[in-house]
Design a protein around this ligand. Structure first.
Ligand code: SF4
Ligand code: SF4
Length: 352
């Protein structure tokens, strides 16, 4: 007897990701994310991670949809759907800093799609006003979106700022989630893919509230300094400082800000453990920090605070190096009983 046809179980609706890269942005964070490996963006999108909800990504960088507002394959339509509440839940990702449109009444600094009613561009800040109240979470990707970054440096004409400056540092989503900031210029690829994955697991009820510090960064990624994870810190401790860029020694005198910068790149590497910054010879310019770039320029000068600490480490390091060289000489020799003579000299005593 044939089994009676049964209705297929209703699937949970996907979590949509609405990605606005139309802040003041170079799209470097979007490009960087394509290098993520743990997990890769393909693994997230294809839903191969156990327990992860299905997602639908509306990301200008990879989306097949394009075309004008109202066209057959309009990309922007997803954002209107988000505004109308037709895709729920969705996570709003913002890339690029937010210019101050209040100082630009005659035009606009940056926008994303046109308003069908007026035919005028919808500014990026207007999209945030429309979508943030309806989002499950708002995620700022890159230092521009998180803290303003390079576009918000002294002398800029746009009055640019980060998403927390725009929405308010105490803003929370309708699900009670604060703005999640993943800084970096650009983001370290896995730092962002991990954060996104965490939020998706949280949305699925499989993870507690994402832990963030007072600058809204995930604590497990930004809790330690560059220096604490730099494999040149041994040279620093021994007072050995590079004078030229081809040296393997500590780069602090050449401009490295690592001791006061919160970032995990030297410890994690850039892609698949390869690359980084001071660990591979590039000074840390503090690109993850809220004070970036103004508080760290000119980049290639020794940081003012480093003069005192490197001087102290230079004196202390000279003594430590001398003592270590004595021990090093001792442990660099094999014990004397390793020889081929006819007598055993290891100190072995037969137990019987
Ligand atoms: S290169 Fe920079 S981060 Fe590395 S040990 Fe020196 S000061 Fe610290
Ligand atoms: S190590 Fe410094 S320069 Fe490199 S990514 Fe981290 S904060 Fe930016």
């Amino acid at each position: 007897m044939d089994a009676a046809p049964t209705a297929a179980p209703a699937e949970d609706p996907p979590i949509h990701i609405l990605w606005i890269n139309a802040g003041l942005s170079c799209d470097g964070d979007s490009v960087s994310l394509t290098a993520a490996m743990q997990p890769s963006i393909e693994e997230i999108v294809m839903g191969v991670l156990p327990g992860l909800p299905k997602i639908a990504v509306h990301w200008p960088l990879i989306d097949f949809e394009c075309g004008p507002v109202g066209g057959a394959d309009t990309f922007i339509e997803w954002f209107f759907k988000g505004e109308r509440g037709e895709i729920d839940p969705f996570v709003l990702v913002v890339e690029g800093s937010i210019p101050n449109e209040k100082i630009k009444p005659e035009g606009y600094w940056c926008g994303f799609g046109d308003d069908p009613e007026t035919g005028q561009p919808i500014t990026t800040s207007e999209w945030i006003d429309r979508l943030a109240p309806k989002a499950l979470a708002v995620v700022a990707i890159g230092t521009c979106a998180t803290y303003g970054g390079i576009h918000a440096m002294e002398g800029n004409p746009t009055g640019a700022m980060g998403v927390p400056d725009y929405l308010g540092w105490n803003w929370t989503s309708k699900a009670g989630i604060p703005i999640v900031c993943v800084p970096g210029c650009p983001i370290q690829p896995d730092n962002f893919s991990e954060t996104l994955t965490y939020l998706l697991y949280q949305a699925a009820g499989s993870a507690p509230m994402i832990p963030l510090d007072d600058k809204l960064r995930p604590t497990w990624l930004f809790g330690a300094t560059v220096h604490e994870g730099c494999d040149r810190a041994g040279y620093y401790e021994q007072g050995q400082f590079a004078q030229t860029y081809d040296s393997p020694q500590c780069l602090v005198k050449l401009g490295c800000w690592g001791p006061v910068v919160k970032c995990n790149v030297p410890k994690r590497g850039w892609m698949n453990g390869i690359g980084g910054c001071p660990n591979v010879g590039g000074i840390c310019i503090a690109c993850t920090m809220p004070g970036f770039p103004d508080k760290f320029m000119p980049f290639m000068d020794e940081p003012p605070g480093a003069k005192v600490s490197s001087k102290a480490s230079g004196v202390y390091g000279a003594v430590v190096r001398r003592l270590r060289s004595i021990t090093e000489h001792t442990v660099d020799q094999e014990p004397k009983w390793r020889q081929s003579g006819r007598t055993l000299t290891t100190g072995y005593r037969p137990p019987w």
